[in-house]
Design a protein around this ligand. Sequence first.
Ligand code: PLP
Length: 432
Amino acid sequence: MPNDAFGHSQPTSRTTGAPEADVATRSEQDASLPRQPWMAAASAGFATRAIRTGQDPCSATGSTVTPVYQTATFTQDAVGVTKGFDYSRSGNPTRTALEAQLADLEGARFACAFGSGMAAVNGACSILEAGDHLVATRDCYGGTYRLFSDVLPRYGITTTYVDTCDLDATRAAIRLNTKLVWLETPTNPLLRIVDIAAIAALKRPGLVIAVDNTFATPYWQRPLELGADLVMHSTTKYLGGHSDVVGGIVITDDAALHERIAFHQNAVGAVPGPWDAYLTLRGAKTLAIRMREHERNAHAVAQYLQSRADVAAVFYPGLASHPQHELAKRQMRGFGGIVSFRPHGGAERALAIARSTRIFNLATSLGGVESLICSPTVMTHGSVPAARKAELGITPDLLRLSVGIEDEADIVGDLARALDASLSSERLYAIA
Ligand code: PLP
């Protein structure tokens, strides 16, 4: 009896309840045109892949939507005879569908889903051993910094942080025992751009280049095509897209790397449950249309902020004024939905703005359909030492916006109101 993508046996006439004649006809068709799990044709577009890859109808019931296989275990036909799954830590069909979908979106064959973005970062680092060295983007996400600085050293793995926008500095930081270069681009929260292809060109045997692609998503940036070996996402953000689930994924097209990470995924067991896998799978189906809207609104917000005299700086790679705009245009198909800015008036005014927006919720995280505002110094980068934050420019007057997909006029209007309300009349006078 043939098996589908999940190793399920195909239904018999008894399970489908179809008339015998029908079944005969279908069997004949099956014989001439065997139904393979849907694999992306090279020509399939991004949105098609997001909706189809890994998501064949359930062969047992015809369920069009991938079911939530809410089960810890799978009954075996005989000892060791399974339908492809035996225990949900090791594998679950809903998770398998998610892994197939997201691997395909990054143009790869393999993916391991994790219970959070940080579990995914840790999963990627499972390719390292005691004595190995890591080079990392110095302004990476605060939680990544904490893992690299406070956890990995306990296992004999050390990290050098470097401005990975500086190719010479990155080259100089790579030592004989460097096994992993960890890049984040655009960086969080200052939206600096790292030239992935240039850093990948520094590769030598045994050196793995990984990219945290959370901010850009595969819709705008595909690091494996630029020469990276591993891509990691906090799927909590744009891939899930609705701020209702925490998760992470590590994607690669290298079978040997995948085998090591998949071993860690099962051995350590930081996996998403079936519901979380389902929510992420469902969210990612609409990634293409959401990302286009996020970007359209983010452009409008960046341009609006730039037009105001009471805003000291705007950070958005889509602005011609961004110092790496040309690199961003070359490396990315679009610039994403995150905008950071410094209002004039210092930390006090920044905090007043963050308190008074209504469409923008004051919350950590990003990438959901709803707009969020945060103070990176305290919220997303709280785990980074104060001196290092100051050195990186992550100062208390900085605000980060995750621009959602509400109506543009409401989003811009909300910021306008909050900026105006935070200006005292003396300050208005001073700026004018
Ligand atoms: N990487 C980036 C760029 C992030 O912004 C985050 C979280 O904000 C993470 C990794 C960690 O992901 P999670 O919160 O899902 O563990």
